[in-house]
Design a protein around this ligand. Sequence first.
Ligand code: LIP
Length: 261
Amino acid sequence: MLGRIVDIVAESGRRVAAAHGFSVENKGSRENIVTSADLENERFLRSRLTELIPDSSFVGEEGDESPILEEGYTWIVDPIDGTMNFSRGIPEVGVSVALFKDGKPHIGVICNPFSGRMWTSEIGKGAWRDDVPIHVSDRPLEDSILSTAWCCYRKELAPKVFEVTERLYPGINDLRRIGTAAVELSMLAEGAVDLYFEIRLSPWDYAAALTCIKAAGGVFHGIEDDVWFDRPSPVLAANSQRNMDRLLDVVSDVFNGKTPY
Ligand code: LIP
């Protein structure tokens, strides 16, 4: 099954990389956009993936809200994660496909159509980048790179996120903001970055990459409890429980232990 999903994601990546002359529309704000390439790739992925597993549920960024099945299979898909990057020709973009089994992460596949990098994972079997086994890093906090974002879709939340960044920065190595959660979280799974925090993401942004992190020995969490996969959620991820504890301490203190939406 993993191999057949990889083949479909690879084909969708080639379609995204070849997309030109696409239209761009706002989804409610100047920061939140969708292109005709997003819509076309979601249609392609919906068709091919639900054909692979008949009776599976499909949750996509650009489509209707389907449920995550408590029994059976559910696809959670972002056809182009990092749409703003894509629309401006910035080659940091992810096609993200998660397959949940009985409501839990099972398989995660993410590809960057421009670099050709493909992250794959299956819970209980492992995680790979381009077929090479990957694992989270063992870096201590002071050597850690934090990948983060400041909630461009809900800028009223940004001041507190900047406070989190300000409080963590002296004690870590450095920051990265690449603009695609799916790829940045996959980079944590392969040990390139070590911490991730974003106060509000949608399940299609992270479902596949968190599957990869879990299979690669990393940890993730929300603020009060686990990451929610049925609605937008805070996403904290780390290469170790020790580093997660520090990240969660700061985030929880700044947000008073509560999800602010
Ligand atoms: C994007 C995320 C990114 C986040 C952006 C946006 P999209 O997903 O992957 O990390 O900071 O605000 O949500 O909307 O391009 O699929």
